[in-house]
Write a protein of this length. Structure first.
Length: 259
């Protein structure tokens, strides 16, 4: 796989889906800089990249902090020379309805899940204008239909659908394509946290099986399956795709709950 040779890529998030996408782009020949806030996850990704002999480095970055984003993007440009691909995967997943969710938690969720995409796009789009590029935002099926008790997370992912369309329309003339991906249940640390929240008395794998049974394909997905879709959207193979959301959910939202 060498579809990303001579391409520079920035990926936010160094766990779960973000980690898998960073590794997939690097395997495809991209020079990758991943932005992460979790020191252990950042270190683990660096070790994995070294083991696989990939051109992938990590910068500490809080995507909700404009100064942190500015510093990280500056360092990425110094290393990559240019940014052709941006994947926004960093996110948090608080639980609770609007009454249970305090303003600080609500605002932090929006600042990371939506504000982070805004800040990264604002910093990177001017750098992409000369040669064009692709931006991929990680949304969620929860932006279409959601569980109870995930008000802030669902709202943030619905906002990403709209922001993706706005970015695509505003920057199509600059040669920049913008799409989003909406995963269903994916085997990640975030899903493990959800399992512990919704079924604290059950083993994680038992809850994963329960989540998987809700998907017509009968299982939860893997980060690598989402990464393959992200790689397609980042590549020239998707050259006529922009302003769209691509669902990778094992059929979860294709049906209705009546049997």
């Amino acid at each position: 796989m060498n579809e990303f040779t001579n391409k520079g890529a920035v990926v936010t998030g160094t766990t779960g889906i973000g980690r898998a996408i960073a590794l997939r782009l690097a395997r495809g020949g991209a020079r990758v800089v991943a932005f992460g806030i979790d020191a252990r996850a950042n270190s683990d990704l660096v070790v994995e990249a070294l083991r696989l002999h990939l051109d992938l480095s990590v910068e500490e970055c809080d995507v909700s902090d404009p100064a942190s984003v500015e510093r990280a993007v500056h360092r990425a440009v110094e290393r990559l020379g240019g940014i052709h691909i941006l994947v926004n995967a960093a996110a948090i997943h608080p639980f609770g309805n609007v009454v249970e969710t305090d303003p600080e938690t609500w605002n932090r969720c929006m600042a990371i899940n939506v504000g982070g995409v805004y800040l990264l796009a604002r910093a990177v789009i001017p750098l992409m204008k000369k040669a064009g590029g692709s931006i991929v935002n990680l949304a969620s099926v929860q932006g279409y239909a959601c569980q109870t008790g995930v008000a802030a997370y669902a709202a943030s992912k619905g906002a990403l659908h709209s922001l993706t369309r706005a970015l695509a329309l505003d920057h199509a003339a600059d040669g920049i394509r913008v799409n989003s991906i909406s995963p269903g249940s994916i085997r990640t640390p975030m899903l493990a946290t959800s399992a512990a929240h919704f079924a604290p008395d059950l083993p994680t794998e038992t809850v994963f099986d329960r989540f998987g049974a809700a998907h017509p394909l009968g299982r939860i997905g893997t980060p690598e399956e989402v990464a393959e879709l992200a790689a397609f959207l980042a590549s020239e193979k998707s050259a006529f795709c922009t302003g769209s959301d691509f669902v990778v959910d094992g059929g979860l939202i294709a049906g209705i709950g009546v049997k």
